[in-house]
Design a protein. Sequence first.
Length: 179
Amino acid sequence: MRDLSAFTLAGYDKGRGKLTQALWFAVMNTVFMAWWCPARLRTGLLRAFGATIGDGVLIRHKVRVLWPWKLTVGDHAWIGEGAWLLNLEPITVGAHACISQEALLCTGSHDHRAADFRYRNAPIAVEDGAWVAARATVLAGVTVGRHAVVGAGAVLHKNLPELTLHTADGERRAVKEPA
């Protein structure tokens, strides 16, 4: 029987102290996510809070990043409007990768077999040239391979090999490398 009152944060490291966490939430919710905030300022704010951000990165408005210090983004990557990077654990987005509008990258989960519903978190990697399309979800512990595509609305719960398309109905098929 599940006992949610027994849940604790034991073993989970947020990576920064409460003051830094609070400051990030204040900045994220007042400036970072705002439509009027320039993309250059968004990348600068992420860097200031410990993210590793490459050159030419485009981050649109309404993007949510739980912990910037657990985020790495390669050169010329795009993160679309309303994407949610729920990075309880590290998220790595490769060079020229695209995370489209309202996509969710969720590194957190729970052990449904444990009565205390303890965390079962794991990092996510989106490799170079990969595309996580609009409203797609990538779950904890998954790697999206080089130039792979997670189709719009799809849920990805296991690794996706390079040059593979995963559709919303779970179909997988080969794709050609971009020219």
